[in-house]
Design a protein around this ligand. Structure first.
Ligand code: ADP
Ligand code: MG
Length: 327
C-alpha cells in the first residue's frame, strides 16, 4: 500500500487512544504491563475471503467476527483479554468497507476491554485477508487446557448448537429456501458472542475446555485426544437452537454434531463442580447443558433417549461432514 494511504488508513480507522499504562498504535511495538503471577495467553486466527467468509459480507459483521473468533480462543483457555493486534490485507481502499469493518471490530473490543494496540496494513493481490492476534492472561494452574479432561468428568456446553450452520446452508441453497429460518439463525453466524465471562468464571473450576468452531464432534474429539480418554454424548441433552425446530431429524443432528462456527464453550468438570457451574450460568444468564461424560476408554459414543447407542456413520455424518473447516 502506498505509504501515504497506509498511514492515513491506520490513523483514521485503527488508531484509538490506548488505555492508561499501555502504549498502543504508533510506535514500533505496543507495550503492555504484565501482571505478576499470571501467564500470557496468546492466539491468532486468519479469516480469508471466500474460505472463511462469503465475498460481499456485511463489513461490520466481519469486523466483529474477526475479533470474536479470536476472543473465543481466550475464553476457551479461561483467559481474560488484555489487547489485540490486527493485520489487514485489502485489495483496494474502500472507505465504506473500512468504516463498517472497523466499527464492528472496535464495538466488540470495547465490550470486552480488549483494545487494538497494533497491527499491519497492506494491499493484497486478491481478496481480503484478516489476521487477528489476541493477548490475554490467566492464572497458570487455572488455564483450561485441552489435555485436562479426566474420566468421570461431566461434559458441558454453553448456549445452543446448529444456528450458524443452518444459516450458511440456507444462504448457499443447500437447504430449501426458508426466510423465517434464515432470519432466526443469521445473527448467530454474523455476530457470534465469545464466551469470555464464562471462560474466566470456569478457570480453576472446570478441567478442560474448547470453543466449538469446527463442530461439536470434531472439537470434543480434540479434547479427548489431548486428554487420552473417551466420551459418551447424550443426543437428547444436546441444546438445539430454536431455528432448528421442525427440521428433519437427520438434518438437526447433523447441524448440532457437525455444524461449525458456534463459538460456544464445550468444557469438562468434576461432578462436585455441578452446583458452582449452574450458579455461574445463572449469574451470567447463560444456558449451560450437561451433554455427556468422559470415560476412560478412547472413542466418542452417542446414545439416544432410550440409552441405545447410535452410530454416527449410520446417521450420515461422514457424508455431510461439510461444515467449512475454520483452519
Ligand atoms: P512498522 O513499520 O513498525 O511495521 P507500520 O508502518 O506497519 O509500522 O505501522 C505503524 C503503526 O500502526 C504501528 O504501531 C502498527 O502497530 C500500527 N498498525 C498498522 N496497521 C494497523 C492496523 N490494521 N490496526 C492497528 N494498528 C495498526
Ligand atoms: Mg508494519
Amino acid at each position: 500500500m502506498s505509504s501515504g494511504n497506509e498511514f492515513d488508513l491506520i490513523a483514521r480507522y485503527f488508531t484509538r487512544s490506548a488505555p492508561a499504562g499501555m502504549l498502543g498504535v504508533g510506535d514500533d511495538c505496543a507495550l503492555l504491563p504484565v501482571a505478576q503471577g499470571r501467564e500470557l495467553a496468546i492466539s491468532t486466527d486468519m479469516l480469508i475471503e471466500g474460505r472463511h467468509f462469503l465475498p460481499g459480507v456485511d463489513p461490520r459483521s466481519l469486523g466483529h467476527k474477526a475479533l470474536a473468533v479470536n476472543l473465543s480462543d481466550l475464553a476457551a483457555m479461561g483467559a481474560r483479554p488484555l489487547a489485540c493486534l490486527l493485520a489487514l490485507s485489502v485489495p483496494a481502499v474502500d472507505h465504506a468497507w473500512l468504516e463498517g469493518f472497523s466499527a464492528g471490530f472496535h464495538a466488540l473490543s470495547d465490550t470486552h476491554g480488549c483494545p487494538l494496540v497494533g497491527g499491519d496494513t497492506t494491499r493484497s493481490l486478491d481478496g481480503i485477508i484478516i489476521t487477528v492476534t489476541v493477548l490475554g492472561d490467566v492464572e497458570p494452574a487455572a488455564a483450561l487446557r485441552r489435555s485436562n479432561a479426566r474420566a468421570g468428568d461431566d461434559i458441558w456446553l454453553s448456549g445452543t448448537l446448529g444456528a450458524a450452520w443452518l444459516a450458511l446452508q440456507l444462504l448457499q441453497k443447500q437447504l430449501p429456501a426458508d426466510d423465517a429460518r434464515l432470519q432466526a439463525s443469521r445473527q448467530a453466524m454474523d455476530f457470534p458472542m465469545p464466551q469470555i465471562a464464562l471462560g474466566c468464571g470456569l478457570a480453576g473450576l472446570a478441567h478442560a475446555a474448547i470453543d466449538v468452531s469446527d463442530g461439536l464432534l470434531q472439537d470434543l474429539g480434540h479434547v479427548l485426544q489431548a486428554s487420552q480418554c473417551g466420551a459418551e454424548l447424550w443426543l437428547e441433552a444436546l441444546p438445539a437452537h430454536d431455528a432448528l425446530h421442525g427440521l428433519d431429524e437427520t438434518v438437526r443432528r447433523q447441524a448440532m454434531l457437525a455444524g461449525g462456527d458456534v463459538y460456544e464453550l464445550c468444557f469438562t468438570a468434576g461432578s462436585t463442580g455441578r452446583e458452582a457451574i449452574m450458579a455461574l450460568g445463572k449469574t451470567l444468564g447463560l444456558k449451560l447443558s450437561r451433554i455427556g461424560r468422559i470415560v476412560p476408554d478412547a472413542g466418542l459414543r452417542l446414545f439416544d433417549a432410550q440409552g441405545n447407542e447410535v452410530s454416527s456413520d449410520s446417521q450420515g455424518f461422514d457424508h455431510f461432514a461439510a461444515s467449512e473447516p475454520s483452519a
